[in-house]
Design a protein around this ligand. Structure first.
Ligand SMILES: *Cc1c(COP(=O)(O)O)cnc(C)c1O
Length: 421
């Protein structure tokens, strides 16, 4: 029996209706920008396995550091203990994070980093003697699948059974040049009429909303209103973090720095799960007290796992390297040239790019998970390219180590798809 056949017996996959999609392709190894299946066929990983493996799969610099750490210290409880990988990672991360970020809190994945951020924001006001219970979020946002993170995400048909249990959230439209005055009025009204604790947003790119991009100048205006009203700002950089937007963090495009930042995807270079919620000194200080209960009593068993920290530290070192920075510049340029080639195509409605993130919308009306999405996905895979279109959007978010030839193969495969469908 093949792995695909054996898989069906006991495994339940994420985000999957198994009745409609029973088969799962078996991947046996990965290197650089390539995935290999159990038949030996190779695929270019055009989305860096959900934006995680940005320095390439099985990057030997990272695997060596992690292998060495495994011989030294595997795990220790992070409540009451500390260790070198966490300390070193904190020192390295603080030098690249937006300059107001001072403290790092560990958890396990993007969703938990968001839950931590929400709890930090709620307790910040609680500790300061203010009962603020509402969170403002952007329509169409995605922040994860745990209850808190799901609550602040955009409404989705998949969340029907849980909506009654959501935390108190008000969603506002993503600001643009046409609606900015209206959105400013909406957010001001919500802040005036409710006790708002925080505003959470994916800065500049809404990943799961099909790489929808919006300009920093409009976000800036909303952040200014939040700051003025002591509404904490939470930048969910789980997708945008670590160089993908052309800067280390998307928040660097903005003048108003967030009080709290969520990080996960590509934090550990795709090796193991881990997340960090960082915050400014002001947030941390609100939890310092002689009263035990004012502390932040949130914790996960694997908080700051040394193996994960060593992977993350190696990742930050690579991100800062000339080699990776030059690769980022190269990919940005290649995308721009591809954009010139493709944007006039009759089937292309709109294209957009920020850093190494490139997206194009097709000229077809269809619901988000319509049939075309699966046809395109299958077409790309048959042609040795792993891309996962979202609705009628095709996007590329390649590992920084992808070669020019591999990039060109992605581009020509997209062009072939446009001529086929
Ligand atoms: C993926 C993602 C999350 C959730 O991360 P998980 O690790 O899947 O829980 C949260 N926010 C953003 C912006 C994401 O892209």
């Amino acid at each position: 029996m093949t792995l695909t056949q054996r898989d069906k017996k006991h495994l339940w996959h994420p985000l999957t209706q198994h009745k409609l999609h029973p088969d799962h392709l078996a991947i046996t190894k990965a290197k650089g920008a390539l995935l290999f299946d159990d038949q030996g066929k190779e695929y270019i990983d055009g989305i860096a396995s959900w934006y995680t493996c940005m320095y390439g799969h099985c990057n030997s610099y990272i695997t060596q550091k992690v292998a060495a750490q495994m011989q030294q210290l595997d795990h220790v409880v992070f409540a009451g203990f500390t260790h070198e990988p966490a300390v070193k990672l904190s020192e390295a991360l603080i030098t690249i994070l937006p300059k107001n970020q001072q403290k790092l809190f560990f958890s396990d994945n993007g969703s938990t980093s968001v839950d931590v951020a929400i709890k930090m924001a709620l307790q910040y006001h609680f500790n300061n003697g203010e009962k603020r219970t509402k969170i403002i979020a952007l329509e169409g946002g995605f922040h994860g699948d745990t209850f808190g993170a799901m609550s602040v995400s955009g409404l989705s048909v998949y969340n029907g059974p849980f909506e009654d249990f959501f935390i108190d959230v008000e969603r506002i439209p993503v600001p643009n040049k046409d609606n900015i005055e209206e959105v400013k009025n909406i957010i001001e009204k919500i802040i005036k009429e409710h006790h708002v604790a925080a505003f959470i947003y994916e800065p500049l790119v809404q990943g799961a909303a099909a790489m929808k991009m919006y300009a920093s100048e409009f976000l800036e205006e909303l952040l200014a209103i939040a700051k003025k009203n002591n509404v904490l700002t939470i930048a969910d950089e789980v997708m945008t973090g670590f160089g993908k937007t052309g800067k280390n963090f998307a928040s660097e495009y903005l003048y108003h720095l967030p009080d709290i930042i969520c990080l996960s995807k590509s934090l550990t270079a795709g090796l193991v799960p881990m997340a960090i919620t960082s915050c400014s000194q002001k947030i941390y200080d609100a939890f310092l007290s002689d009263e035990l209960g004012k502390g932040f009593f949130h914790g996960h068993t694997y908080s700051a796992n040394p193996i994960a920290c060593s992977a993350a530290l190696a990742g930050v070192e690579l991100l800062k390297s000339d080699e990776i920075q030059q690769n980022i510049e190269r990919i940005i340029l290649s995308h721009k040239k591809f954009d010139q080639r493709i944007k006039g195509h009759a089937k292309v409605r709109e294209t957009r790019q920020l850093g190494v993130i490139y997206a194009l919308d097709l000229h077809v009306a269809m619901e988000r998970y319509g049939n075309l999405r699966y046809q395109l996905f299958n077409f790309f895979m048959e042609n040795g390219v792993c891309l996962r279109p979202l609705g009628n959007t095709i996007y590329i978010l390649p590992p920084f180590v992808i070669t020019e030839d591999q990039l060109e193969k992605i581009y020509t495969t997209i062009e072939k798809a446009l001529d086929t469908f």
